[in-house]
Design a binder for this molecule. Sequence first.
Ligand code: ATP
Length: 233
Amino acid sequence: MTGPLLDVRDLNAYYGQSHVLHGVNLYVNPGEVVSLIGRNGAGKTTTLKSVMGVLRSRTGRVTFAGEDITRLPSHRVAARGLAWVPEERAIMGTLSVRENLELPPARPGGWSTERALETFPVLRERGHHPGSKLSGGEQQMLAIVRVLRSGPRLLLLDEPSEGLAPVIVQGIAKIIENLRADGMGVLLVEQNLKFAARLADRHYVFVDGHIVDEVARSEVETRRGDLLGALSV
Ligand code: ATP
């Protein structure tokens, strides 16, 4: 494959009459972590939903591994190798950890139950506990490892560090670094600049549904003020 893994061109998205994304252009290469940062309501989650085909009311072009996926329904987008972990994590509180983990079928090339439980022993320990009894960090691990069962090549993560203790955030960062080392692309929505700066190779800055800036890892130190400004209320 030549060219980026994900290529988004001139994306506009709407909720009813409300025009919320304005000509968004972005790309993610294989083995690259890219962050979307900006204030609440800037359009970051809407970008993930538009890429996944969950939000259908949009124009522009979304290309994945060279294939135009703009018009595909979300289940077919997922089958192409994109996986979305939404902010609310979507853990079923009444199902056990193991049942949650095995909800999606493991696809060829995807993570098996055994691999998941070996990588995250805490999920094995809590295997029979209901999902509702997990801590926020355990829920986030479960949400990530569950989507890996489909063997995605691009992971869309919506605020994975939100509400988690610093030590747990370190653990989640390590998971993402390992996935990147395996060649996976990651598109990360974040409001935690420290976390995003540790992980991301590039940052896109969102303001009011527009990408107004792009900052490479090498520029983060000198441009920290601009990045913090984009996040402050
Ligand atoms: P947050 O961190 O608060 O989710 P965000 O940058 O991800 O911020 P979006 O959730 O993408 O922002 O929201 C972009 C805009 O779209 C906001 O003005 C928001 O109020 C609006 N919006 C989001 N979801 C809906 C919806 N279901 N119906 C109508 N408007 C919506």
